[in-house]
Write a protein of this length. Sequence first.
Length: 459
Amino acid sequence: MWGGRFQGGSSDIMSEINVSIGFDKRLATQDIKGSKAHVRMLAAQGVVSDADAEAICRGLEQILAEIEAGTFEFQTDLEDIHMNVESRLSEIIGQPAGRLHTARSRNDQVATDFRLWLRDEIDAVLPAIKDLQLALIDQAERAADFVMPGFTHLQNAQPITFGHHLMAYVEMFERDRDRFRDCRRRLNESPLGAAALAGTPYPINREQTAKELGFDRPAANSMDAVASRDFALEFLGAASIHAMHLSRLADEIVLWMSAQFRFIKLSDAFTTGSSIMPQKRNPDAAELVRAKIGRIAGAFQSLLIMMKGLPLTYSKDMQEDKEPVFQAVDALMLSIAAMSGMAKDLVPQKENMLAAAKLGFTTATDLADWLVQNHGKPFREAHHIAGSLVSEAEAKGCGLEDLPLETMRAVAPEINESIYKVLSVEASAAARKSYGGTAPERVRQAVATARSRLLAEEA
């Protein structure tokens, strides 16, 4: 492609390090889409003839059909997807193929392809996360009044409902979707027509190609258009945050599946056995989701470090931008699918959750609140009284709800029989009716609101 300047061939090592067709062939659909828009614009501007443009478009459609059918022969000596397509186009239509690259460079071409590809992937990620959210919402609705321990420091803290716990992830995942939507909005500018870095002397119409390719506008600066990969970094940042949220839920599934918790069951579909211990049911799907953030966050760091020292505009270093993004997308989509499957598959173990909620004096705060609400105690004094009664219960080996009234009155004489109404874990969870609280009625409201918001997107 540059034979006019170079007389000798590349060394084998140079060819191996320089070739990108092994991974950038994933951009084939976007590359052909961009080329068709470009040549149609050139014809509309009188830069190439209508006949040549029609021939080029027909040839590109044939190439796309060959790629989709698996009959296209990708050649490493042609380096990348762009030259593979252009070479095959020349074989199909002859000389007119040489006009396709008028008024563009591989620099703006690949930047355009990459944005188109990433936009398509975001459009796939968004409904995938939505499906996961709906699965969690369905589970949360069924378990709106399943009482379990809420944890701080992984210690029993206060009673909550399993539905409330699951809805926390629905909220996290909604913010994740917002981040992906924001990323899509910012990346949706067309680099096409920026050429190598400085624009082009041809009378092109960048607004036409931007509109045909579904971009909101052409990129305003030709140097920025070919030099920037912050759109990919932003995607990887959003993907890393979402993968972190998936990892947290996966870790909880691992805990909940353990013999020490026994809060949920997963079927054979999302568990594996042991090669030596026949009793084992391992939550391997959750463990692998928990691990995938390493690939995704690693991709973000890889691209960030690669870009951080590059002067404007294009350097060959930037060929290293796509592989980490491709790998991150693959890991992310698989993780979301696996988590959606587990969310639909899991069966809460209500009685085990309830028994666990009763451990660790989880209604101590309710006791303190009762003293504040019924006897006007300052909360710090009520806190001290409740702590003293926890010590009494601990010494007797019983729960707060089992402490004799006379034992309680010895610490706080104002306590009466009505205290026992607030010391059950069910009463504790039901009492927390503040907006965003764990009370079953609040959980059902949150479920209805979230489901309505998600389903409205289809309207």
